[in-house]
Design a protein around this ligand. Structure first.
Ligand SMILES: *Cc1c(COP(=O)(O)O)cnc(C)c1O
Length: 458
C-alpha cells in the first residue's frame, strides 16, 4: 500500500472529527448541522489534496483546526462594512449613497416596530404605502403627483409599460444609454412591451426628426439624460422645451429619464449643473423619473413624478405592485427628503453632498494625518506620499466632471500596485482604494476619519 493510500485511509470519519475536542467546544456555540458540515468540508478538502499529490497534515488536530476555520467562514456575515477610499462618492458596487443619520434612525424604527405603512391614521383605514413620501416629493419638485418604486430602472419600465405598451416610443439615437449593471435603454423599452423608434444620429438630432417619426402608433416621446458620457463637438440636441412643444402640438406625452436628477440646484453649493427635477417638470415634461440613491443621497429607489392623470394610470398598473418598495426604503427615503426642507443644513447632513463639497484643505489635512499613520503601520520599504489627483462622483452622475482632490499614494520597489490593492482588501475592515498608473491611491474625499484607512493585518 502506498503512503498516499495509507494517508487516505487514516482520514477520520465525519463523526470522529466532530467528536474531536476543538470541535466539541465549537458545538456549544454553533449548531450541530454547521459543525458536521465543516468537519465534512475539512475531510473532503484533505482527501482532494492528497489525491492530487499534495502533502497534507492529516492529524486530527490539523483537520479540526481547518474545520474550525470553515465554521467561522460559514457562520460569519458575508455582507461586511468596507472603507470606500476610492474617492467615488456614488460607488454602485459599494452600495451608492451612504444614508444620512436621520434615515438610519428611521430604518431602525421601522425595522423594529409596526408603522403606519399603508394606514391612514386620520380615518383608521388602509391607504397606499407611498402616499406619505409622495406628498413630500410633490412639495419638493412641484409635481402634481408622484410614486416610489424599487429603482429608476423600475420607474422607467413602469412608466413606459403604462403609457406605451404595444405602441411606439420615439427616442434620439444620441440618448440610447447603457448604465453599468446592464441597464440598456433599448432593452428596457423592449421589455416594457414598447416598440422603439430611434431618430436622428449619434451626435445630432433635430425637432424635424421627431416630427417626421410621429405616426398614429406613437404613444410617447422619451428623453434620457446621458448620465455617464458627454457628446461634444459637432452636436445638436432637441431641448426638453422643444420636445414639449412637439408633444403638445401632437398630443403625445413627453417622459424624461433624468437618471440621477437632483432636488436642488447643485450650483448653489459650488458644484457643476445637473438637471433639477422641478425645472424639468416646470419645462412641461409630463413625467420625469429619477433614482433615490444617486445625487439625491437616499436609499435605492426610483421616483416617478408628474401629471396627475398619468400618475393615476401608473398607480393602476399591476406591475406597480411587483415593483413596490419595502417599509425600510420608504422610511429612509422620507427621512432623506425631509433634509431638503432646509437647504442651509443640507450640505452638512447629507453624506453625498458633504463628500462632494468637502474642501480640498480638509481632504489634504486628513490625507497628511493618515499618511503619517500609514508610514508607521507599513513596513519601511513602502513609500507613502500625499499627491494631487481627481475624484469622480460616479453612479452615472455628473459625467466628465471631476473634482480636484489630494490622495495618499503608496508604492513599493517590488510589490506592484495591484498587489497593494489586494493587500488593503484583506484588511479588516477591507479598505477599497484604486490603482492608478504606477501607484495605489487612497482618496479621503469619501472617508471621514483618517484612521479608517490605517489598516491592520491580522
Ligand atoms: C442610473 C440611471 C438609470 C438606472 O437607475 P437605477 O436607480 O440604478 O435603477 C436609468 N437611467 C439613467 C439615465 C441613469 O442614469
Amino acid at each position: 500500500m502506498s503512503v498516499k493510500d495509507s494517508l487516505l485511509r487514516s482520514l477520520p470519519s465525519v463523526d470522529e472529527l466532530t467528536r474531536a475536542s476543538a470541535l466539541k467546544e465549537a458545538a456549544v456555540v454553533y449548531s450541530h448541522a454547521l459543525v458536521t458540515e465543516s468537519a465534512r468540508l475539512s475531510i473532503d478538502e484533505a482527501r482532494g489534496r492528497l489525491l492530487s499529490g499534495e502533502t497534507v497534515d492529516t492529524s486530527e488536530s490539523a483537520l479540526a483546526g481547518f474545520a474550525l476555520e470553515k465554521l467561522k467562514t460559514l457562520s460569519s456575515p458575508s455582507i461586511v462594512r468596507v472603507v470606500n477610499a476610492t474617492g467615488i462618492v456614488l460607488h454602485t458596487n459599494l452600495g451608492r449613497a451612504v444614508l444620512c443619520s436621520d434615515a438610519v434612525e428611521a430604518v431602525v424604527l421601522s425595522a423594529s416596530n409596526p408603522i403606519n405603512l399603508e394606514f391612514d391614521l386620520s380615518t383608521g383605514k388602509r391607504d397606499e404605502r407611498d402616499l406619505r413620501v409622495s406628498a413630500l416629493i410633490n412639495r419638493l419638485t412641484g409635481a402634481e403627483d408622484s410614486c416610489v418604486v424599487n429603482n429608476n430602472a423600475a420607474a422607467v419600465l413602469l412608466t413606459l409599460n403604462t403609457l406605451a405598451e404595444g405602441k411606439e416610443v420615439i427616442i434620439s439615437r444620441g440618448e440610447l444609454i447603457e448604465i453599468g449593471g446592464s441597464f440598456r435603454l433599448p432593452d428596457v423599452i423592449k421589455k416594457s412591451g414598447c416598440v422603439m423608434k430611434e431618430v436622428g444620429t449619434t451626435n445630432r438630432t433635430h425637432p424635424s426628426d421627431y416630427l417626421n417619426a410621429i405616426t398614429p402608433q406613437t404613444a410617447l416621446l422619451l428623453k434620457a439624460h446621458t448620465s455617464n458620457y458627454t457628446i461634444s463637438g459637432f452636436t445638436s440636441e432637441v431641448s426638453l422645451d422643444e420636445l414639449v412643444k412637439i408633444g403638445k402640438s401632437s398630443g403625445i406625452p413627453v417622459v424624461e429619464d433624468l437618471g440621477s436628477g437632483t432636488l436642488v440646484d447643485l450650483q448653489e453649493y459650488g458644484l457643476p449643473y445637473e438637471p433639477v427635477v422641478s425645472e424639468r417638470l416646470g419645462s412641461g415634461a409630463d413625467i420625469v423619473t429619477f433614482s433615490g440613491d444617486k445625487l439625491l443621497g437616499g436609499p435605492q429607489s426610483g421616483i416617478i413624478a408628474g401629471k396627475r392623470h398619468i400618475m393615476e394610470k401608473i398607480r393602476a398598473n399591476p406591475l406597480k405592485r411587483a415593483l413596490r418598495p419595502d417599509k425600510l426604503t420608504l422610511s429612509a427615503l422620507e427621512a432623506t427628503l425631509r433634509l431638503y426642507l432646509n437647504k442651509e443644513t443640507l450640505a452638512q447632513k447629507l453624506p453625498v453632498l458633504r463628500a462632494m463639497t468637502k474642501p480640498l484643505e480638509e481632504i489634504e489635512a486628513n490625507a497628511v494625518i493618515a499618511a503619517d499613520m500609514l508610514k508607521k503601520a507599513l513596513p519601511k520599504d513602502f513609500i507613502v506620499e500625499v499627491t494631487d489627483s481627481e475624484s469622480v462622483v460616479g453612479g452615472g452622475s455628473l459625467p466628465g466632471r471631476n473634482f480636484a482632490t489630494k490622495v495618499i499614494k503608496i508604492t513599493h520597489k517590488t510589490i506592484r500596485p495591484d498587489a497593494i490593492y489586494m493587500m488593503f482588501l484583506r484588511a479588516s475592515p477591507p479598505v477599497v482604494g484604486r490603482v492608478s498608473g504606477n501607484g495605489f491611491l487612497l482618496d479621503l474625499r469619501t472617508v471621514d476619519r483618517p484612521e479608517d484607512v490605517v489598516v491592520k493585518w491580522g
